[in-house]
Design a protein around this ligand. Structure first.
Ligand SMILES: [Zn+2]
Length: 80
C-alpha cells in the first residue's frame, strides 16, 4: 500500500527501502533504530556498524562543508 511508503526506513548497508514492520532484521545503535533487508546486511552492520551509522550524518555534514567552501572560495571560513 502506498501509505506505507512514509514508514519505510532505509537499509544503511545497501540503501534499499525497508518496511520496519515487515523486516525481521533490525539493530539499535547510537540511539537510533536501523532496519535491514536481509541477514547479510545486518551482519555487515554488526561488523562495521559505526561506519554505516554515521554515513548519513557525514553526508549532511559534508554537504554543509561543501556549501561553506563554495561560499568562501575554498578558504577556511573563520580565519580573519
Ligand atoms: Zn540490504
Amino acid at each position: 500500500m502506498e501509505r506505507q511508503i512514509h514508514k519505510m526506513k532505509t537499509d544503511p548497508v545497501c540503501g534499499r527501502k525497508v518496511d520496519p514492520h515487515a523486516s525481521g532484521f533490525a539493530a539499535f545503535y547510537d540511539q537510533r533504530d536501523f532496519y535491514f533487508c536481509s541477514q547479510g546486511c545486518l551482519d555487515h552492520f554488526h561488523q562495521d556498524g559505526k561506519r554505516y551509522a554515521r554515513k548519513g550524518l557525514r553526508g549532511l555534514w559534508s554537504r554543509y562543508l561543501d556549501r561553506v567552501q563554495k561560499a568562501t572560495d575554498g578558504k577556511p571560513p573563520c580565519c580573519h
